[in-house]
Ligand binder design. Structure first.
Ligand SMILES: Cc1cc2nc3c(=O)[nH]c(=O)nc-3n(C[C@H](O)[C@H](O)[C@H](O)COP(=O)(O)OP(=O)(O)OC[C@H]3O[C@@H](n4cnc5c(N)ncnc54)[C@H](O)[C@@H]3O)c2cc1C
Ligand SMILES: NC(=O)c1ccc[n+]([C@@H]2O[C@H](COP(=O)([O-])OP(=O)(O)OC[C@H]3O[C@@H](n4cnc5c(N)ncnc54)[C@H](OP(=O)(O)O)[C@@H]3O)[C@@H](O)[C@H]2O)c1
Length: 446
């Protein structure tokens, strides 16, 4: 029987498990599957952890989630085609849920079966080599400190790429009297109440961590971009300046001449694609981009078609794109999709990579990833979902952010699966301090 190892039980690993379960329900004979996750439970980085640094077994904590995180895109854009928000919550819910609500949703469909039995928790995959015939996968049971090696025909790499921080150094950091941390270790914005905070970066973490600090009472928030500013209309108390030059004592000195006294520097400088467990010939080497090279259909390793990567792209689309990838990968593994010859693969990869290199703005990037996801969708039996509505929703969302970065999360969109419209939330995001599932779902009667 074919044996498949899935590394990671985050959203991508769970999409893979779900895809096989759905095939089995249709009467198909599925491979033997073992999924490994080094955390104590499933959900990947949505499974919030208070820990930073190392866990109790000495392993680096993979989790980058923080308290009070709300979805930064409309939930309608990430909805599963085979399990709608309406089905999970029994009613339409607002379009921008906090973490705990999304976590509950992600787990809803996988909890219904017996998929958990296929996952070895607290188990780190430490080494994967291809011996010319199949994969030798070595994993460590962290609790019992016991290593084992098993043979697999296919390996699905679903370990995420927002877990290992990229940490640059600037002059003056060693002598800085305050706190310096990466967004990977950011947990609670209340820590920065009444403080002057400098945030480095100009992408989603910089935007959201800066807004969180402002929302929970920071005295000032100064965001320093390196190439392009985000350019939003920031509320009073927040500003965007050009690139950090150095720290001198507790002063941050920027390349545009700005000087800001600061208590903390938060490095929202992104993450590394990091696969220390893969041998060199199997290792994807890429930055955070929409079409990482050497992946046929963004999924199958060009040099070894038994190695699958899920979710390695920079992400507008998330959960339903992961599903489309997983369903495609499942059909490759089960022999229902034949991978073409190497020249066709090369041509297909080059086509997507060269299209990506020409993208100039967010609307074009949304179009690119929508086209990619739509193409994958046509290749498997992943259920019907309206990607044209998702494309339109993403573009409206982008424009709402430009209009007002403080209010975009108060907007409503309609579901690409059921058509229902997200009701307006009972509290505007800016004043909603309690992000618990209970408070979010308990809409007071108007
Ligand atoms: C701060 C933050 C906020 C985000 N917010 C949103 C959002 O609002 N909406 C959205 O759609 N997306 C968001 N994302 C994007 C996020 O990438 C996806 O939502 C999703 O979590 C990706 O799933 P994944 O399975 O690829 O990775 P992960 O969620 O990172 O899961 C990977 C899993 O692999 C396990 N693992 C890693 N290495 C090993 C190993 N060697 N052995 C065994 N197990 C291993 C980890 O323990 C983890 O459980 C956010 C990302 C970050 C960093
Ligand atoms: N739900 C939410 O609200 C939420 C919150 C946070 C994060 N996220 C998600 O998390 C993921 C990761 O986002 P991310 O912002 O952490 O990573 P990212 O999108 O890869 O962005 C990395 C940023 O780091 C900057 N950078 C890199 N090196 C730098 C240096 N030496 N000095 C200054 N800046 C530097 C880059 O700037 P250049 O452009 O100049 O290279 C870029 O702005 C995304 O998928 C995002 O959606 C979601």
């Amino acid at each position: 029987m074919t044996k498949v190892a899935i590394i990671g039980a985050g959203p991508c690993g769970l999409s893979a498990l779900r895809s096989f379960e759905q095939a089995e329900k249709k009467g198909e004979k599925i491979p033997e599957i073992v999924c490994f996750d080094k955390q104590e439970d499933w959900g990947g980085l949505w499974n919030y952890s208070w820990r930073t640094g190392s866990d109790q077994y000495g392993d680096p904590v993979p989790n980058s989630m923080y308290r009070y995180l709300w979805s930064n895109g409309p939930k309608e854009c990430l909805e599963f085609a085979d399990y709608s928000f309406d089905e999970h919550f029994g009613k339409p819910i607002p379009s921008f849920p906090p973490r705990e609500v999304l976590y509950d949703y992600i787990l809803g469909r996988v909890k219904k079966g017996n998929l958990k039995d296929k996952i070895k928790f607290r188990t780190s995959v430490t080494n994967v080599i291809y011996n010319g015939n199949n994969f030798e996968v070595t994993y460590r049971d962290k609790k019992n400190d016991k290593s084992s090696t098993d043979i697999f025909d296919y390996v699905v790499v679903a370990n995420g790429h927002f877990s290992v921080p990229f940490i640059p150094e600037y002059p003056g950091m060693k002598a800085f009297p305050g706190r310096i941390l990466h967004s990977h270790d950011f947990r609670d914005a209340e820590e920065f109440k009444d403080k002057n905070v400098v945030v480095l970066g100009s992408s989603y973490s910089a935007e959201d961590v800066a807004l969180q600090c402002h929302k929970y009472g920071a005295k000032s928030v100064t965001i320093a971009y390196r190439h392009n500013p985000m350019g939003f209309k920031w509320p009073k108390g927040m500003k965007e300046v050009f690139h950090l030059d150095r720290l001198e004592g507790n002063k941050a000195i920027f390349k545009d001449g700005h000087v800001q006294e600061t208590d903390a520097v938060i490095l929202c400088t992104g993450y590394l694609h990091h696969f220390p467990f893969l041998s060199e010939d199997l290792k994807l080497k890429t930055g955070n981009r929409l079409y990482p090279p050497k992946l046929y259909k963004g999924v199958v390793w060009q040099n070894n078609h038994k190695l699958i990567y899920l979710g390695m792209q920079d992400q507008f689309h998330t959960f339903n794109m992961f599903d489309c990838q997983a369903w495609f990968a499942r059909d490759v593994i089960m022999g229902k999709i034949k991978v073409p010859d190497s020249s066709k693969i090369e041509k297909d990869i080059n086509k997507w990579v060269s299209m990506e290199e020409k993208l100039e703005n967010a609307d074009q990037m949304i179009d690119f990833q929508t086209e990619y996801t739509k193409e994958l969708h046509t290749l498997s039996d992943y259920p019907k979902i309206d990607f044209e509505l998702i494309r339109k929703t993403f573009k409206e969302w982008e424009h709402h952010k430009v209009e007002n970065i403080m209010t975009y999360r108060n907007k409503s969109f309609s579901s690409p699966v059921t058509g229902s419209v997200g009701p307006k939330h009972h509290t505007d995001w800016e004043t909603a301090m309690d992000d618990s599932l209970k408070t979010f779902l308990d809409q007071p009667k108007r």
